[in-house]
Every structure is written in structure tokens, then in C-alpha cells.
Write a protein that binds this ligand. Structure first.
Ligand code: ACM
Length: 531
């Protein structure tokens, strides 16, 4: 028995040493200088800070290290702190940058303000061993090193479609938690679709009373055309939205709400058919996946509705960007509509694409007048890009390149690399997915600043985003399976310096990081281990 115990202690020590010596930080920091030895944190030690602006982040670390046993104290900037971990301001750092120095006696964290300090904490937490030390007097131990770190891009996002399938406030918070762990800072919340409207709008109560519920859902493969005969619905109240926005803000994550228009609007038309091209049509919330022909009609009443909705949306979401969709808007109904054809003539437009551009421009003007920025999928380029629009390039990178050349901001979110609803391994070994094939290495290989762009054009690439569409994903554990570990690759593409990518080394770090994901019970896919 004693021998087995001894061997176990030895094994644990070895595992700890291995984990601590390898610094498996994701995303990889801009600069990491390793050192010999560990800082041992024991009972009676503390955490200190010199500036009250850092206190929320200090409290966050306090709760997550040493089982909350380290008291927090304030030490004036003019005094030297003897605490085990000290937070201080460094005016010379950029907003999201930080320095983390782990010495034999003290860990020093310096940053300009909250975001940098928060990212230092995320790095520090990844360096903590997941198993308690064999010596019970050791509360925590950290490998000595000096890290100087900052993100490559200001926009590092993940999108979640809560319309095809609905996810609860608690699940959305968990999604946000995991994003923050890997230093992503933008949560794109896809709130409206043909298959369901998910956000309470006070002025239009039927959006949640009617448009949030479909009578049944498609089940299984699209080609089977099977339905479950079970009503499905869900929405967030405005109070819940505010709660999630505040929760995300505490983790330095901005939420970009998406309200789809003029396409992907079948659900809203089931509640308010007067905003469609055929007000007499019996619209219903769509039960099938795929693209609906039922789109908004560019009448004055429709623009009034859109402005009313966006006014409530902008009240709830304080971030700069408001996503208006703009993708996959079939033009059949506009072609058949006398009103639309007359409008095209009256405005001197060439075709229905220019009519879509007119639609987006009007909405852009409204959003811009409120001091915000419109962002839309790359179809908003068709028929001419609206003056202040930011483009989210999803049909590959072509739209993104075109927008950058036109000196518009771009978020790169190509389906070739960042559609996390695609299969991550051979379909026969995977749960049913929408299609595609996107391995961890393919995701990791994406370079946002394409060689076709001049350095001046490349400056318009503000960041990257991966998307989780949920036609074929109905549970949150399945969301985690599709998102991780591929979101780790996205996080690193968005954060780590240009030209420092090394897939074998990344893979090694991901493998070493798995115990951390296990300890957080993340239902990540293990498919990449077999590739
Ligand atoms: C999209 O995937 N329709 C943006």
C-alpha cells in the first residue's frame, strides 16, 4: 500500500512538473521567457493591488486561485508590495496588453486597465496545476517566467445561432466564460431567423408571442425531410438580455446583436405579415432548415418597424456594432412585386441587388445617426456597399478582400476555415452535421492578412470570427463538442503575432491543455487526436 502511495506521489509530482515546465498557454503569448523554479503560494499569503480600477479583476482571480484562501489588500503605488501576487497600472501598455512576471517570491501583473489585467489573469489561471499539490501546505504553485503579451487583432469573435435552436441564459453565459478564457472579446449573438425570433421587443409583442414558436422542427438529415411534430420555441426577455450583456462586460466581452434583414425574416412575417411583399399570405414560422423566399418588403412602414426594433436593440446593447444580417435574401418576391418594381424605377436603380443596397443604406444611415456602426454579411457588397458598413466575410475571403480594397472594415469569418458547424472528422464517425469538412489544422492555418492585400488595405482587417450555426445542434454539450478545440485555433489566429504560427507546437499545447478543459468539464471533441 505504502509503495503504491509512494509511486502515486512520484507520478503526481512528475505530472505537475511536466505541466508546469511546458507553459501550455492558449492563445500563445507574444513573448514568453521561461525560468527555472516555481513560485510556491502558501497559507497566510495575499493578493494586492495599487489601483482601484483593477479591483474587479483582482477579485476574479482571488475567487479562482487557492480555493479563495488569499485575502486581497490595497497597497499604495508609492509602496512596495510583499503580496504573493500584485497588480499595478502601467500607463505605457496598449489597452488589451499585459505583463506577467512570475518570480520566486512574487507574481507581478501590470496593465493599462481592466482588459489587460484580465488577460494576464487568464494566462495565470492556465498555468496553475489542475491537481492539488502533494504537499498540503502548498495552496498553489506557478512556473517562473516573464510574459509580455498583446493581441494581434482588436476583434476576436465567436457567433452563436440561438434561433435554429435556443440556448438558455445559463448556457449563453457558459459560452461567454469559455470565450473569455481564451481571450476572445466579441460575442456575436444571432437572435433572429426564419425559424424563430428570440429577443423581446416591447413595441411588437407578437415577435415573441407568435414568431418565437415554430409548430415543429426538422429532424435528421435534410434529404429525409422528416419533422418531429413538436412545437419548439424560446426567447430572451429584455431583462435577461441586460443580464447577459453585463455578465459579458465583466469579462471584457462586447456583444454584437444580429437582427436579420431583409432576408431570413419568415418568422417575423408570421407575426407581422404587413412587412412582407404579400400581406395576405399565411406566413408561418419556418419549420425546415434552408433559405426562405419570404423577405421584408422595402416599404416605409417596414423601415419604421426596423427602426423601432433597432432602437430597442441599441438600448439593450451598448457596443459599437449592430449586425443586420443582409445575407441570403432571395429576390423572387421583389421581382414579382409591383411595389418593388415601381420603387426600383422611381429610385433609378438597376435591379433588385441595388434595391437591397438601398435597404441596407437606409438602415446604415439610421444606425450611424445613433452613433453606432452597421455590420453585415458579405452580400451587403452586392449592389454597392453602404458608406459606413463593416463587412463580415463568410463566403470565403473574396468579399472581405473587396471590402478592404474599398477601405471598409472587415471581419474575416470564411466558411472555409471558421464554420464550426462543419464536420471536424470523417462524417461516419461524427454526429450529423450540416456538411463541410473543417479540421483543427485547417482552422488554425487561416491567415487573415491575405497576400493579395497591400499593407494599407490589410489594415482594414479588424479581426476574425468563427460561427456556430445550430440547425443540426440542439444541445449545449453538442455546441461545446463543435466549438472546442477548434475555437482554440480561432483564438490563436486572432491573438498571436503574425508569422509565429506552428501547428505541431500548437497541437502539443492543446494536448497539454486538455486536463484544464477536463477540469472545466468542457465537452470538447477528441477527433483531432486521431488525425
Ligand atoms: C451565412 O452563413 N448565411 C452567413
Amino acid at each position: 500500500m505504502k509503495k503504491i502511495f509512494g509511486a502515486l506521489v512520484l507520478l503526481c509530482t512528475f505530472v505537475n512538473l511536466f505541466a508546469q515546465n511546458s507553459y501550455p498557454i492558449i492563445p500563445k503569448p507574444a513573448s514568453l521567457v521561461t525560468a527555472e523554479g516555481k513560485q510556491i503560494i502558501k497559507k497566510g499569503m495575499s493578493i494586492s493591488f495599487s489601483d482601484s480600477s483593477l479591483l474587479p479583476v483582482v477579485n476574479l482571480l482571488q475567487a479562482q486561485i487557492a480555493n479563495g484562501a488569499l485575502p486581497v489588500k490595497w497597497v499604495p503605488a508609492t509602496k512596495r508590495s510583499s503580496a504573493a501576487i500584485h497588480f499595478a497600472i502601467d500607463q505605457n501598455q496598449p489597452r488589451e496588453a499585459y505583463k506577467l512576471q512570475i518570480g520566486a517570491k512574487q507574481t507581478m501583473i501590470t496593465a493599462l486597465s481592466g482588459p489587460g489585467a484580465f488577460y494576464a489573469v487568464q494566462t495565470l489561471l492556465q498555468l496553475l496545476p489542475v491537481t492539488p499539490d502533494v504537499n498540503p501546505s502548498v495552496l498553489a504553485s506557478l512556473p517562473q517566467c516573464t510574459i509580455e503579451d498583446k493581441p494581434r487583432f482588436g476583434y476576436r469573435g465567436l457567433m452563436l445561432d440561438v434561433a435554429r435552436h435556443f440556448f438558455t441564459v445559463e448556457e449563453v453565459k457558459r459560452y461567454i466564460d469559455l470565450m473569455a478564457t481564451y481571450k476572445m472579446n466579441t460575442f456575436h449573438w444571432h437572435l433572429t431567423e426564419d425559424q424563430g425570433w428570440r429577443i423581446e421587443i416591447k413595441k411588437y409583442p407578437l415577435l415573441t408571442q407568435v414568431a418565437s414558436i415554430r409548430k415543429e422542427s426538422m429532424v435528421g438529415a435534410f434529404k429525409d425531410q422528416k419533422f418531429d411534430k413538436t412545437p419548439y420555441g424560446g426567447f430572451y426577455t429584455q431583462d435577461q438580455i441586460r443580464e447577459v450583456v453585463a455578465y459579458a462586460a465583466n469579462k471584457f466581452i462586447t456583444i454584437v446583436p444580429e437582427i436579420e434583414m431583409p432576408g431570413h425574416s419568415q418568422a417575423l412575417l408570421s407575426a407581422y405579415p404587413q412587412f412582407g411583399c404579400n400581406p395576405d399570405k399565411m406566413y408561418e414560422v419556418r419549420t425546415k432548415w434552408g433559405i426562405s423566399e419570404d423577405v421584408l418588403c422595402p416599404r416605409e412602414e417596414t423601415f419604421q418597424f426596423v427602426e423601432d426594433v433597432l432602437t430597442e436593440v441599441m438600448d439593450l446593447f451598448p457596443g459599437t456594432y449592430i449586425h443586420i444580417g443582409g445575407d441570403e435574401c432571395p429576390k423572387t418576391q421583389w421581382k414579382e412585386s409591383r411595389f418593388c418594381q415601381n420603387l426600383i424605377k422611381q429610385l433609378g436603380l438597376k435591379d433588385e441587388h441595388e434595391l437591397q443596397s438601398y435597404f441596407i443604406r437606409r438602415v446604415d444611415k439610421f444606425i450611424t445617426s445613433k452613433g453606432r456602426r452597421l455590420i453585415g454579411w458579405d452580400e451587403i457588397l452586392e449592389g454597392g456597399l453602404s458608406p459606413n458598413a463593416t463587412v463580415m466575410s463568410w463566403r470565403g475571403v473574396k468579399g472581405g478582400m473587396e471590402a478592404a480594397k474599398q477601405q471598409h472594415e472587415v471581419v474575416m469569418s470564411p466558411n472555409s476555415h471558421f464554420y464550426l458547424d462543419y464536420y471536424q472528422g470523417e462524417p461516419k464517425g461524427e454526429p450529423l452535421a450540416i456538411g463541410g469538412f473543417l479540421t483543427l489544422s485547417k482552422c488554425y492555418s487561416f491567415e487573415p492578412e491575405l497576400p493579395e492585400l497591400t499593407p494599407a488595405e490589410a489594415k482594414y482587417i479588424i479581426g476574425v470570427q468563427a460561427n456556430v450555426w445550430t440547425e443540426y445542434i440542439s444541445t449545449f454539450s453538442h455546441i461545446e463538442y463543435m466549438t472546442y478545440p477548434r475555437a482554440l485555433a480561432l483564438a490563436e489566429v486572432g491573438w498571436s503575432p503574425k508569422g509565429t504560427k506552428d501547428f505541431p507546437a500548437f497541437l502539443e499545447r492543446v494536448k497539454q491543455h486538455l486536463p484544464v478543459m477536463d477540469s472545466r468539464k468542457i465537452n470538447y471533441s477528441k477527433t483531432f487526436l486521431k488525425q
